[in-house]
Structure formats: C-alpha cells, structure tokens
Design a protein around this ligand. Structure first.
Ligand code: UDP
Ligand code: MG
Length: 325
C-alpha cells in the first residue's frame, strides 16, 4: 500500500465541527496546551462541516495566533463520518488522532495515546470510555444497543464503548484511505476490522462543554443502518429465515385445512384466509425492503459519488476550491 511521505509533522489531530461556536473557545483552551506540552511537531486539522453559525469565523480568528491550526472547510454539511474522512485525507502527520469538538473526550489523553503507540509499536490506540454516566439515559441505552448489535454482526474485535476518539498510525490511515470512499463511512467498525496491532487508553466521558448534540435522532438511525449494511449480510439471512418460517406455517395451515375439509365440516374460511394473506404480504414486504436496502448500497457504490466537497484548506494558501476524492 502506498505510504505518504511522513514529512516533519509527527502528529495530526482531526476535529470535525458542525455548529460548534459555543464549544470552540473551550476546546482551544484545552487542546492547545495539551498538544504544546507533548513535545512533538503537530497540526490540528479542524474540519468545518458546513457550519451555519460563527464556527468558521472563530476558527479563522484562532488561526492567526495558533500556526499549528489548519482549517479545512467543507462546502456543505456532509456528516460526522464524512468530515472525519475529509480530515484523514488532509492530515499529513505520522500519527493521526481524531477527537470530537465538544470536549467529551479529554484532549490530554492524546499525548498518552501517542506515547503508547510509539513505545509498543501500535497502529491503533482506542480511547475507551470507562463510564458514560454523564450521557443521557436515552443516549446510553441506544449506544448500548448499537454496540451489542455491532459486536454480534461484525465480531468481537469491535470494542464496546470506543467511539471516534482514537489514534492511528500513518500505515493505518493509508489503509483506510485506500478503501473506496463510500466504504469509509463507519470508522468505529472499519478500524477494528483492519485488525492491526492495537492498544487502548481508558478515560472518563465528560459532559458536552457547550452547545447541544449535533447528532439528531435521524443521524443516529442513519449511522446504525449504515453500520449494519456496510458490514453484514445478516439482515438478508433474516429475510430467508422469515421466508422459511412462513413457509412452514403455511404448510401447517394447508394440512389443517385439508383435515377440516375431510372431516366434512364447512370451513368458514375468511379468518384463516385473511390471516394468511396478511402474514405472507408482510413477510414479502419485509424481504423486499431488505433487498432494497442492499441494492441501494450497490447503486450508491456504483455511482462513486464523493461523500464531501472541500471548499478551502488553509494549508493551501491560494484556497482554490477542490473536489473531494
Ligand atoms: N459533527 C459533524 N457533523 C455532523 C454532526 C456532528 O462534524 O453532521 C461533529 C460535532 O461537531 C462533534 C462530533 O461530530 O465534534 C460529535 O458530535 P456530537 O458531540 O454532537 O455527538 P454526540 O456526542 O452527541 O454523540
Ligand atoms: Mg458529543
């Protein structure tokens, strides 16, 4: 696999941001000292995911006094995972960390991750939440269900409670970049799938420092559907099993109706017919829906549309607009 020149930058820190004007000052106040104190050359790649608030303006202001800050702006809101993709493609560091902008993950752990990776020659260091007591009950339960399902569908390599706070080596980043972009969407599953040497640091998940969650229910559902369909054909097998079960059930009903017929009693009929028609109809609809989900994925994959568009990158001074990969 192609390995990009490592250059002089040891560490890149990718921060996707969507309408984070409220959290930005606090983020800078904690991220900068943490990285300055790490004693390595670094860059912070802030990916402005089409924010509609003052995030871009504040980033520009921060940049004047913080040369290590680099701002990549996307043309429109592409979503958390696509913003991460944009950041990974832009990052030049020998190691690339990713962290949310809302300080739920402590930036002070990044140097620790780097040290661990270097000392033990690891390609991946996961940030693992030791507890989520600060998340809402709803978020905890939906996240619990999500990781339970993913571990069953994708395998035990998926660490429960590991989100998108992690450190990757250049080799791991290049491996991810080499995948088609439409498959670069659910990093918390793709990274464990790589199976590269990995370690973890545990941390306490904190409360969002300011602003509100940028993950709407719709976006959460989309992430879950995306996760299942990119990684598993199990739902298609579910369709098969539903088909088999309904076939057996219908067979029993056939035997029963013949029995009733032979016994000479007239069959009132409509209830059983009604039930059978409804049942078969719904099973068929479920199966067609499942097929549609996968056919839809194949369709998008064939189109090979970029998942994001870069509007500007402060590292390229000319700021010529440029398409995503
Ligand atoms: N985010 C993004 N694009 C989106 C939604 C979220 O770049 O469309 C960023 C957001 O700014 C934050 C990170 O993704 O840095 C995680 O989002 P959030 O903290 O709102 O999610 P939660 O912690 O509630 O799951
Ligand atoms: Mg958050």
């Amino acid at each position: 696999m192609p390995v990009a020149p490592e250059g002089r930058t040891t560490l890149s820190v990718v921060v996707p941001m969507y309408d984070e004007e409220a959290a930005l000052p606090a983020l800078v106040a904690r991220l900068r000292p943490a990285l300055d104190g790490a004693g390595v050359s670094y860059e912070v790649v802030a990916v402005d995911d089409g924010s509609a608030d003052r995030t871009a303006e504040l980033l520009e202001k921060e940049r004047t006094g913080w040369p290590e800050l680099r701002v990549v702006r996307l043309r429109s809101n592409a979503g958390h995972q696509a913003a991460l993709t944009a950041g990974l493609h832009a990052a030049v560091g020998g190691y690339v960390a990713s962290i949310d902008a809302d300080l739920q993950d402590p930036p002070e752990k990044i140097p620790e991750m780097l040290e661990l990776a270097r000392a033990e020659g690891l390609d991946i260091v996961y940030g693992v939440r030791s507890d989520r007591s600060t998340d809402t009950g709803f978020k905890r339960r939906t996240a619990g269900a999500y990781y339970w399902l993913m571990r069953r569908l994708v395998g035990k390599r998926v660490t429960a409670q590991a989100g998108d706070f992690r450190l990757l080596s250049r080799v791991a980043v290049e491996a991810l970049k080499a995948l088609p972009t439409d498959q670069q969407q659910v990093y918390r599953l793709l990274v464990p799938w790589l199976g590269f040497p990995s370690g973890q640091v545990t941390y306490q998940r904190e409360e969002r420092v300011a602003g509100s969650s940028k993950y709407s229910l719709g976006k959460m559902v989309r992430l879950a559907v995306e996760s299942v369909t990119t990684f598993s054909a199990a739902p298609l097998r579910l369709a098969t099993w539903l088909g088999v079960a309904s076939f057996v059930l219908c067979l029993l009903m056939v035997v029963w109706s013949i029995g009733v017929h032979l016994a000479g009693s007239t069959v009132p009929g409509w209830t059983s017919l009604f039930v059978a028609v409804l049942f078969l109809g719904s099973v068929q609809l479920i199966c067609v829906g499942l097929l549609g989900e996968y056919v839809g994925r194949i369709y998008t994959a064939v189109q090979r549309r970029p998942t994001y568009f870069v509007a500007s990158d402060s590292a390229r001074e000319d700021g010529v607009p440029e398409a995503g990969p």
